[in-house]
Write a protein that binds this ligand. Structure first.
Ligand code: SF4
Length: 945
């Protein structure tokens, strides 16, 4: 059999010769230099290798990096398609400044110097006037490990805003409420039962590294269970496809949990050792003695209603299948690997209980960070400390962390325009960074209104590799690199191991290699910038932030510049080489030794390989023995937890006693727990155990959800008019070959994927009188959109679905073109907005002759604009699923029409805000909760007015 896993030997990467495939049948040799980097097209951070033609100095192809421990040389289609993004004829190559009205689309080219001077002066003024928190950095896909946090700390700005609450807030709080860690890290490769709540195998989080391991496990006999109302390719490959009613997944999971407990196929010894069952009994069953023998009965009582028969009625999955799956899971203790990230978690109010109930099965089977189980992200992810620190921040930004959501995971970014409308604050300088909220977020027209209003957003700087709907409404559009043009460190919990990967400007690295002598790379010197080597003047954020910080504080008097100065070249900004050389040499265990063994510096080692597996034992870290010296001076409480003085674990509760309180990035600072006479690491939760009963949820206003429970969704089927034309819309699924915004600038990806059908079951189609390929009007609470139907039995009747990866548009015929954005017009009358698609993709002339060969038309429908904000009152997650009316298109309706009334958006916002329960204990948020850019404890005190 042909081995397709052959890669050029690493030793020959600097000088590699192979036959030119395009010259076949002639045998023509081509000489390349291979430079590795890290993919930036989704969160998995797979390794890539770029092939530089040494004659033309151009990249001719991009393939997988076999040195990368997670992706192991393999990629999905989006990785190699990075080459399309690099050479896209419509990419932004130079810094631009708006010259007309905001949104008019008129720009002038400026220099980086001008951009830095002008933006730096604004920020300097804001900080000088104590308006630090009017500076906001709003990140889409971060794809890096905390570099920007360092910058914001140095500026003293609590301005980190993320896309998390349109993505994963629900999953995070579900996992975090068990184990402190807010993401799952599944050891699929060694599992016997794999339980996926999503189309995970083909398009989930970290899906290429995960997919290859799921397939390996399946080949070794593991059973795959896929819960998804839609028959995705994952469902088709699974041993069990369970098309539950949306939002009823926790009910199904609790029915399985109950069967495990009832049949005594649970891992009793694990649950007894590692859950806070004593607290569970004390809080839920004060009538019972606090002894282990009470637990089984208490849990069977608590989950009495979750019978297989009730689960069949509620979820639509038959009783026999539920029993069969429970038996299968019970047969494989410690080997149950599960995963939920978006999907049901992101779709439903209360969707955070999907992750909480799913991980309950891991707890019951003792499959927590075991070989073949599911760990927490912090157990496998490796985040090197920044070698040049900066002091922590001491303020709190209420535009991101409002009092109504004390438990949100993380910033309430979907509500930002509503907060601006309410006058809760304004923004002096708003950086959108690889983020497109007008298109990606719900309620896009409310975003557009806010971004057009210069009294609310005084200056908008878009840091972006591509044109987007949002960058169109910026004042500065600054071109930032794609995977081949920027420096970042990346690490994710893709499997049972720790690794880091280095993203680098391969153009700059190629210049070093080509300019070197005697096998040594050339030194580009302290004044080198990546834009000197990248296409046009495309830059990267690392150097941009360094140089911008110098412009903010040119003489160092503000105390900012010191964090960005070079030790190697005094009086100059720190160089990228210096920063990463220090990181790799000092803060990555094992890397200096590996580099020395290879005869290289750690930086050269990483520039040549781009990835490194950090030596670690990934399994059962909570069982690790802790040296008694680590708990010296601690107080041991009655449950055996060692509490450190000066941390939240020993805090008096006095709000005036916060000045010296030390906060940890995660957990409450308690270093260990004594179990059966041994001091163990435990979990980063207040109890140091897995929290069957979450005291935090109970104490912060949600006692009814302190244990795993089902919360009826806002789109629960029993509450809907299914006999009429009401249906549940699933708008969240991914297309495996597309990214949100950036894939529109990849010709290959758009040629592969360019259809946007509404999935509709034939029974529904008949009932609703919708023809195959017929136009459908989907009416939401705030407006409607018009899409084309696709009759398929691959979806549960009562549910319709459309991917969130389609529907891109542009406003000018000849500007911001791409391979996937249609030409549209927008009209506005009061609070009513109409987006009309004028045409889809069409061929056009450009520097790339392939633009004249565009044969596909469909660009899809911008459905997200018709969704109001629906924040889960606990996690803050946008509950994406929609209660909609599905009707045949009306006279005058055209494909792609979008109509929205932002007054209705505001009403909906107020309704959802009324579900919240603001903090009543004087604090903004639990100290032990993770938070990007965690401030000092004093900032947690709520104002008393
Ligand atoms: S899964 Fe695909 S898009 Fe994501 S990092 Fe890997 S190659 Fe890139």
């Amino acid at each position: 059999m042909t081995d397709f896993r052959k890669y050029p030997p690493f030793e020959e990467w600097h000088d590699w010769t192979e036959l030119d495939a395009k010259a076949w049948p002639d045998k023509v040799e081509k000489n390349y230099t291979l430079v590795p980097t890290t993919c930036f097209n989704c969160e998995a951070g797979c390794g890539l290798v770029t092939y530089f033609d040494r004659d033309t100095d151009e990249i001719v192809k991009i393939e997988g990096n076999p040195e990368h421990p997670a992706s192991r040389g393999r990629n999905c289609a989006k990785g190699p398609a990075t080459i399309n993004q690099v050479y896209d004829p419509e990419r932004i190559l130079y810094p631009l400044k708006r010259v007309g009205e905001r949104g008019s689309g008129d720009w002038e080219r400026i220099t980086w110097d001008q951009a830095l001077d002008e933006i730096g002066a604004r920020i300097r003024k804001a900080i000088s006037e104590d308006r630090n928190n009017e500076i906001m950095y709003h990140v889409g896909r971060p794809g890096e490990e905390g570099y920007t946090d360092r910058v914001l700390k140095a500026w003293g700005v609590d301005g980190h805003n993320s896309h998390t609450n349109i993505c994963s807030s629900n999953a995070r709080i579900g996992y975090q409420s068990w184990m402190g860690h807010d993401r799952p890290s599944s050891d699929f490769a060694n599992a016997k039962v794999i339980f996926l709540i999503s189309a995970h195998l083909e398009s989930g989080h970290y899906f290429n590294p995960h997919a290859q391991r799921i397939v390996e496990a399946k080949a070794a006999g593991a059973k795959v269970i896929c819960v998804d109302p839609r028959l995705s390719n994952t469902g088709a490959k699974a041993d069990f496809w369970l098309p539950t009613w949306p939002g009823t997944e926790p009910f199904l999971l609790l029915a399985i949990a109950r069967l495990l407990i009832e049949s005594e196929t649970w891992n009793e010894s694990f649950v007894k050792r590692w859950t806070n069952w004593e607290t569970y009994l004390e809080q839920t069953r004060p009538d019972l003695p606090v002894e282990w023998e009470s637990v089984r009965g208490a849990m069977l009582d608590e989950y009495a209603e979750y019978t297989p028969e009730a689960a069949e009625q509620k979820t639509g999955i038959d009783t026999d299948t539920i029993r069969e799956i429970a038996e299968l899971i019970g047969e494989h203790p410690t080997k149950f690997a599960s995963h939920n990230w978006r999907a049901a978690g992101a779709g439903n109010m209360g969707g955070w209980q999907v992750a909480r109930c799913l991980f309950f099965l891991n707890v019951l089977t003792g499959s927590v960070a075991t070989k073949g189980g599911t760990a927490g992200n912090g157990m496998n992810k490796f985040k090197p400390a920044a070698p040049i620190g900066a002091p922590g921040i001491t303020s709190w930004n209420e535009l991101e962390w409002p009092k109504e959501f004390p438990l949100s995971y993380h910033e309430m970014s979907i509500l930002l325009p509503h907060f601006l409308n309410e006058g809760r604050g304004k923004l002096d300088t708003y950086f959108s960074r690889v983020y497109n909220p007008i298109w990606t977020n719900p309620d896009g027209f409310t975003w557009m209104e806010a971004l057009k209003d210069e009294s609310k957003v005084e200056c908008h700087v878009a840091l972006t590799p591509t044109w987007s709907e949002t960058s169109w409404f910026a004042d500065y559009v600054l071109p930032m690199g794609v995977a081949a043009e920027r420096h970042d460190i990346v690490s994710y919990e893709t499997h049972a191991a720790k690794w880091i990967s280095f993203r680098q400007s391969v153009f700059r690295r190629y210049a070093e290699i080509k300019g070197g002598t005697d096998g040594e790379s050339a030194d580009l010197g302290p004044d080198a910038r990546s834009y000197d080597y990248n296409p046009g003047e495309v830059w990267e954020e690392n150097e941009f932030w360094i140089d911008l910080s110098w412009r903010i504080d040119p003489d160092g008097s503000m105390g900012i510049r010191q964090w960005f100065e070079s030790e190697e070249y005094p009086g100059k900004p720190v160089t990228i080489d210096e920063y990463y050389a220090k990181t790799f040499a000092e803060n990555v265990p094992g890397l200096a030794d590996a580099a020395a063994a290879a005869g290289q510096s750690p930086l050269e080692y990483m520039r040549d390989r781009s990835a490194f597996e950090v030596p670690a034992d990934p399994y059962e870290p909570y069982e690790r023995a802790v040296d008694p010296s680590a708990v010296e001076g601690c107080l041991k409480d009655e449950s055996g937890v060692f509490r450190k003085p000066g941390t939240p674990g020993t805090w008096s509760g006095d709000l005036d006693d916060l000045d010296d309180l030390k906060l940890s990035p995660l957990g409450d600072g308690s270093p260990a727990i004594e179990i059966d006479g041994e001091i163990k690491e435990g979990f980063p939760t207040p109890s140091k155990k897995l929290e069957l009963f979450s005291t935090t949820l109970a104490e912060w206003g949600w006692p009814e959800y302190a244990t795993p429970k089902w919360i009826p969704s806002h789109v629960h089927w029993e509450d809907m008019d299914l006999a009429g034309n009401e249906r549940i819309l699933l708008p969240t699924f991914r297309i495996p070959t597309l990214i949100h915004t950036r894939s529109a600038n990849s010709k290959w990806l758009n040629e592969i994927s360019h259809r946007h059908p509404l999935w509709l079951h034939p029974e529904d189609a008949e009932m609703l009188e919708i023809e195959e390929n017929g136009l459908v009007r989907i009416t939401t609470r705030i407006g409607h959109f018009v899409i084309q139907a696709w009759r398929t039995e691959g979806i549960r009747p009562g549910v319709v679905a459309a991917s969130h990866h389609m529907g891109r548009w542009r406003l000018e015929e000849d500007k911001a073109r791409s391979w996937g954005a249609g030409k549209a017009s927008i009209t506005n009358d009061g609070t009513t907005w109409k987006l009309k698609r004028e045409h889809g993709n069409e061929p056009y002339k450009s520097d790339d002759e392939d633009t004249e060969r565009i044969w596909w038309k469909d660009t899809g429908v911008h459905q997200n604009a018709t969704f109001c904000v629906q924040p889960d009152p606990i996690s803050g997650m946008q509950c994406w699923h929609q209660r909609v009316r599905v009707t045949p298109a009306e006279p005058g309706d055209e494909y792609g029409d979008v109509v929205v009334d932002t007054a209705k958006s505001h009403e909906a916002y107020l309704d959802w805000m009324s579900n919240t329960r603001p903090s009543t204990n004087g604090l903004r948020r639990p100290f032990w909760y993770a938070r990007p850019l965690k401030p000092a404890a004093t900032a947690y005190r709520l104002p008393t007015d």
